[in-house]
Design a protein around this ligand. Structure first.
Ligand SMILES: Nc1ncnc2c1ncn2[C@@H]1O[C@H](COP(=O)(O)OP(=O)(O)OP(=O)(O)O)[C@@H](O)[C@H]1O
Ligand SMILES: [Zn+2]
Length: 717
């Protein structure tokens, strides 16, 4: 249940309630084309990558070969050399290939089973298969005496393998292929490691084994000893280098400036795209002119400022303005944020600054834009610690570089900040950012102009009156307005309409101010009634105060910011000063909600917290800053910390004695108490209105200014 008052008076800077809602990122920025070099994510039409294809083919072949080789080995039974010798002795070895390091061959088990050597149990699968096959041929029940003890256990698992053995054997080495062409169940292919055995040949001859010596083929040894190791190393290397590419390049270029060079035509923004801020434009035109005709300035011996600082609240178009300067002058635009300099490592920021200036001087004439300058330009010596060391080094480097380059080389430094008051004084002295251009929140004409700029590519209905929207949006920044227009377009799209209506725009403004509707929040009847009384209370107290802004809308539809309901009051004209009476009336309006609750229910609720918070902050400012209390008098004993960043209502910092502090508290209390009494008085006097309008509000959920006025009149008369 909050009362939403748009800040009419600049002198009284209450934080606009919507300031934190705006996100620039979500806004389409039609005036800022993407820089070139940013190819579309889809890229060019896909081409066949032959290199990759060849790689894949090679890899496939290699895999196939390895699989065959090892697969074949898997089906071959490896036996100890001593067993091999036994088989030879028993004349069971039919043939074999004697290789450099191994002997591969075929063993055919003859009927003489008792001489079969005991085979290593671990590799006994095949043996038992062979045995089992034999068993199968024998009548059931007769157990051969020689049968290995492990056979019964291995039987179940080994059965499925039995059929595979011959099939896989085919893929073994040449000699065995011959042998395995038609292997009988009692045959198997063996492999054994060759040991130094001078007797071997004699034994083989004695056993009448057909044997041949095989030398590993040249290709084979080439592959195994050269190609494969190299391929593996190469693969690992490419893999690692790709993984590290991103991290690596970042590591290697830590000191490099991150400024993106946007080419001449790429900013593509002109002064026409920046609406309002005519004073700022006027100041910057000089810079543009210098960049276009440097010789003219040189002949007169005039020095153009090296640095221009753009100062103003968030979202007022400082970045846009800088881009427009570059676009107008048709020079390259280096853009970089203050926080880009500050890195984990001390000294990196400084080297980035150096690098940036080197780059800029090489491409002069150009514009270098540093956004959020306060990230590095903060006053030195205020904080301690490592982070600060880094920041100070960066700042020092910036100061040195700004001194270093000649005024007329054609590099102009633009910087933007929301907090000029925290900047180091050395940054602001002549020869550095000596020129400050204020880019303030737009006035009503500025808002109309900005709305027009952003409505350029949006189909608005004829009846749309942008001036009315501008009137209803005091305190909006350029970014807020762009956001509101975009919201309106989204709403029109949701309605499937081809054009944007006035209603869309008004809804959008409301959405930006109060947040989106929260349909899911259901209040019970009793709560809704209380909220209705509360909001009407605000509205009535406002209406029956002479100077208060007229009520624009009352609503009990929960929204993002106004959790339960809200009353929107809009000023009729832009004000730059507020009198004491106006402020007191405002206080009264803020407390009107609570007053109504108390009068209707005799009891208050938690719903007025936000009202109280804002009323208190306001009363405090009146006492401490505007000299509006008799007790404190003219003493100005508080400072507002950030100038352009309004950090909530209570961002005051007092600097006075404890005693004064106490008096301040008393005065604030008194102001609030008086305002509350007056509010209650107004409500009691207009109780009939309160009841009638609250009933209506419960039915309609929201009332606009016309409906509200209608309800006032009959009772008025
Ligand atoms: N005067 C203006 N004219 C037209 N559009 C504006 C104007 N001011 C702001 N905008 C819109 O708001 C967007 C955000 O503005 P910009 O980023 O320049 O603000 P800023 O002042 O740099 O904000 P911050 O201080 O938060 O960096 C712009 O891209 C533009 O669409
Ligand atoms: Zn309220």
């Amino acid at each position: 249940m909050s009362e939403i008052l748009l800040p009419a008076a600049k002198a009284f800077q209450e934080s606009p309630p919507y300031a934190s809602l705006i996100s620039h990122d979500t806004m389409p920025q039609p005036t800022e084309p993407t820089p070139p070099g940013n190819d579309s994510p889809l890229g060019p039409t896909p081409q066949i990558n032959w290199q990759a294809l060849i790689w894949y083919a090679g890899m496939m072949l290699l895999m196939l070969w390895l699989w065959q080789d090892f697969g074949a080995r898997g089906t071959v039974r490896t036996i100890p050399y001593s067993d091999f010798k036994d088989y030879v002795k028993n004349k069971q070895v039919v043939e074999c290939d004697v290789q450099d390091d191994a002997i591969v061959g075929l063993i055919r088990l003859s009927g003489k089973k008792e001489t079969q050597p005991t085979v290593d149990k671990a590799t006994d699968n095949q043996a038992s298969v062979a045995n089992d096959k034999k068993l199968a041929e024998q009548p059931v029940g007769t157990v051969p005496a020689t049968k290995s003890e492990t056979a019964p256990e291995t039987k179940p698992e080994s059965t499925p393998d039995a059929k595979q053995t011959p099939k896989l054997a085919i893929s073994a080495e040449p000699a065995t292929v011959k042998a395995a062409a038609a292997p009988k169940p009692s045959e198997f292919i063996f492999r054994t490691v060759r040991v130094d055995d001078p007797q071997l040949i004699a034994d083989l001859e004695a056993a009448n084994v057909k044997f041949e010596g095989i030398r590993p083929s040249f290709l084979y040894s080439l592959l195994t000893s050269w190609f494969i190791p190299f391929a593996i190393v190469f693969l690992i290397w490419t893999f690692l280098s790709r993984r590290l590419a991103s991290a690596g390049s970042a590591m290697m270029s830590i000191g490099k400036s991150r400024a993106k060079l946007a080419g001449e035509e790429s900013t593509g923004v002109s002064f026409d795209d920046v609406a309002g801020c005519d004073e700022a434009k006027y100041e910057l035109e000089e810079v543009v002119d210098f960049l276009k005709h440097p010789e003219q300035y040189a002949s007169l011996g005039a020095k153009i400022p090296k640095g221009v600082l753009l100062v103003g609240p968030p979202g007022t178009g400082k970045t846009l303005m800088a881009r427009a300067v570059a676009g107008e002058a048709k020079v390259p635009f280096f853009s970089l944020s203050g926080s880009d300099f500050v890195e984990m490592f001390v000294g990196v920021g400084a080297s980035r600054v150096r690098d940036l200036f080197k780059q800029a001087e090489a491409t002069a004439p150009c514009i270098v834009f540093i956004d959020e300058l306060d990230a590095i330009g903060r006053e030195r010596g205020v904080h301690v610690g490592a982070v600060n060391d880094e920041r100070e080094q960066t700042l020092n480097q910036l100061l040195v570089e700004m001194d270093g380059f000649e005024a007329n080389v054609g590099v102009i430094l633009l910087a933007a900040t929301n907090r000029p008051e925290v900047l180091d004084k050395a940054l602001l002295r002549p020869g550095r950012f000596d020129r400050q251009v204020i880019v303030d929140s737009p006035d009503i004409d500025g808002r109309v102009a900005i709305l027009k700029v952003h409505a350029r590519n949006k189909p608005l209905e004829e009846e749309v009156d942008l001036t009315r929207i501008a009137q209803a949006t005091p305190g909006f920044s350029g970014a807020d307005l762009a956001n509101a227009l975009n919201e309106a377009a989204l709403m029109a799209a949701r309605r499937k309409s081809k054009t944007i209506t006035q209603h869309d725009l008004e809804e959008a403004v409301e959405k930006v101010v109060a947040g989106p509707e929260r349909k899911s929040r259901r209040l019970n009847e009793h709560e809704r009634e209380r909220v209705a009384y509360h909001e009407v209370g605000h509205a009535l107290v406002g209406t029956f105060s002479e100077h208060a802004d007229p009520v624009h809308k009352i609503s009990i539809v929960p929204r993002g910011r106004a959790a339960l309901g809200y009353t929107l009051q809009l000023p009729t004209e832009e004000k730059f000063l507020m009198t004491r009476t106006e402020l007191i009336e405002r206080l009264r309006g803020l407390l009107g909600g609570r007053a109504a609750e108390e009068i209707v229910y005799g009891e208050i609720s938690t719903g007025a917290e936000n009202d109280l918070e804002r009323a208190t902050a306001m009363a405090r400012q009146m006492v401490c800053m505007y000299g509006m209390s008799d007790q404190i008098g003219l003493l100005h004993c508080a400072s507002r910390q950030p100038m352009y960043l309004q950090s909530g209502a209570g961002g005051l910092h007092t600097d006075c004695s404890d005693q004064t502090e106490q008096t301040i508290d008393q005065e604030v209390k008194q102001l609030l108490a008086d305002a509350y009494e007056e509010a209650k008085h107004i409500i009691t006097e207009h109780r009939a209105h309160l009841e009638a309008i609250a009933r209506e509000l419960l039915v309609k959920e929201s009332l606009d200014s016309a409906a509200f006025k209608q309800w006032l009149e009959p009772v008025h008369a």
